[in-house]
Design a protein around this ligand. Structure first.
Ligand code: ADP
Ligand code: MG
Length: 201
């Protein structure tokens, strides 16, 4: 991601840790799919010093690769002091708590949580670690990520281009979204709100 958010000097008053905005993609194509997504959203909001600041609606998505079942997908924005690797550990723990098994690539999954990007005073975090790549390299290639992300952060830029540009130039084979549920994933969460750390850059 390349957009430079304006300076906010946002720090947690207790710990002094930097406050950042994180975007998390949620997906499920097995079992009680809505319940898996809701449980994940609750778990994300329960992280220490974390607030949900944006929540997309839920998208129905055709399976990619060898997967057989339709996915539900959504994106959540969090304001958080949790650092990237501890955040990944929370995501993997939430996946396990919904019975996620890791066998085949693109196989059925009760819950998939991907950390798309994190923004702080310093702009978008760039992380290259054996366990974590930020921004997530798949953002621009997936309509089931771009479309919910556009709902909650329409002015965001990824790889120097707006999200709607990436969506318009996606090949037909990457257009997998079949429909959209009208309500946001969390009914009482803000929907389509601006994310303060991204404004004014
Ligand atoms: P995928 O989401 O690509 O289908 P998995 O969910 O099985 O694959 O994730 C495999 C691994 O990807 C995770 O164990 C994690 O260490 C790694 N990974 C690297 N970057 C990220 C990221 N930005 N978000 C989530 N996982 C990531
Ligand atoms: Mg994943």
């Amino acid at each position: 991601m390349s957009e430079a958010p304006g300076p906010t000097k946002a720090h947690d008053p207790v710990s002094g840790a930097p406050v950042r905005v994180a975007f998390v993609a949620l997906g499920s194509n097995v079992g009680e799919r809505f319940e898996h997504l809701h449980a994940a959203a609750r778990g994300l909001g329960a992280m220490p010093a974390t607030t949900i600041v944006g929540c997309s609606s839920i998208f129905e998505t055709a399976p990619m690769g060898a997967a057989k079942f339709e996915f539900l997908n959504a994106v959540i924005a969090l304001k958080t002091v949790v650092a990237p690797l501890p955040m990944l550990d929370v995501l993997l723990q939430l996946e396990r708590s919904r019975g996620r098994a890791r066998d085949e690539k693109w196989g059925p999954r009760t819950l998939d949580l991907d950390l798309l990007a994190m923004y702080g005073d310093e702009g978008p975090l760039a992380v290259t670690h054996p366990r974590l790549t930020l921004p997530h390299p798949g953002i621009t290639a997936r309509d089931f990520v771009l479309r919910p992300l556009m709902e909650i952060a329409p002015s965001l830029q990824v790889a120097g281009q707006r999200l709607d540009h990436h969506l318009a130039t996606l090949p037909k084979s990457a257009r997998t979204v079949r429909g959209r549920h009208g309500l946001p994933l969390l009914e009482r969460a803000p929907f389509g709100v601006s994310v303060p750390l991204l404004e004014g850059g």
